[in-house]
Design a protein around this ligand. Structure first.
Ligand code: F6R
Length: 239
């Protein structure tokens, strides 16, 4: 695990460099993306590099980590909508190459097809991750088996509380989601986890120094052969 501590601005630039290097070597790379507030600076950086003619996503395939159950892709809090507005509509990605779990077709067959689509694309080259205060990656809440594949989950109260900031009220936050599993994430050839702000400091300590345990889902990154953790100085406070 490579732990890099820097300012928020430098993290967007350094993580952006990983995308530039990968796409220079492999223009048709398979990229795993995340939502939430953490990746926004990085997405801004990728858009700026695209606008400057330094990056092209025209051959890239994408797979997102997760989606809320019950939200149509047009709902302004769906992760599909988030990705469209914050990245996909601003770069030269082919919409046919975008994959996000469906929040409305949640039968077992559809969920299994997501996993199969990742395999059919040749696996994910680089998966971006944020981290929940409880250590979740994707929506894999504490005690999700490390062997899990894409599946439907019930969100914990702590996640509903944390995400209520994006909704008009706590009651509007969906109670369930579809997420890549821990094994799906670990199968990616490279992992890039970003943690920003003091609120993530304790869980970043547990992730980096604590035991590898299903109780702290992100601790599994200690077992990945090519995982980066970028933490700003606040999130790295206890390292
Ligand atoms: C988002 C996701 C979540 C978030 C995490 C942190 O697709 O899978 O694991 O990365 O909840 O969210 P923020 O970045 O809003 O603190």
């Amino acid at each position: 695990m490579k732990v890099i501590v820097d300012t928020r601005e430098n993290i967007a630039r350094l993580a952006g460099d990983l995308y530039s290097e990968l796409l220079a070597q492999k223009p048709d790379a398979v990229l795993g993306f995340a939502t939430g507030s953490t990746p926004l600076d990085l997405y801004g950086e990728l858009i700026a590099r695209y606008n400057a003619g330094q990056l092209s996503f025209s051959k890239v395939k994408t797979f997102n980590l997760d989606e809320y159950v019950g939200l149509e892709p047009t709902h302004d809090q769906s992760y599909r909508y988030f990705m469209d507005k914050n990245l996909f509509e601003k770069i030269d990605l082919d919409p046919a190459n975008v994959h996000i779990p469906s929040g409305v077709k949640i039968d077992d067959e559809t969920i299994a097809r997501y996993e199969a689509a990742i395999a059919a694309a040749g696996g994910i080259d680089m998966q971006l991750l944020g981290i929940g205060h409880n250590g979740h990656i994707g929506f894999n809440e504490p005690n999700t088996p490390f062997g899990s594949l894409t599946h439907k989950v019930t969100l914990t109260d702590s996640t509903i509380e944390a995400n209520s900031r994006f909704f008009a009220s706590r009651d509007e936050v969906p109670k369930e989601a579809v997420t890549m599993g821990i094994r799906t994430v670990m199968n990616a050839r490279r992992l890039v986890l970003i943690a920003l702000g003091e609120g993530k400091a304790q869980i970043i300590r547990d992730t980096v120094y604590g035991p590898v345990t299903e109780n702290v889902p992100a601790s599994v990154l200690q077992l990945h052969p090519d995982a980066y953790i970028f933490a700003d100085t606040d999130a790295a406070k206890y390292l």
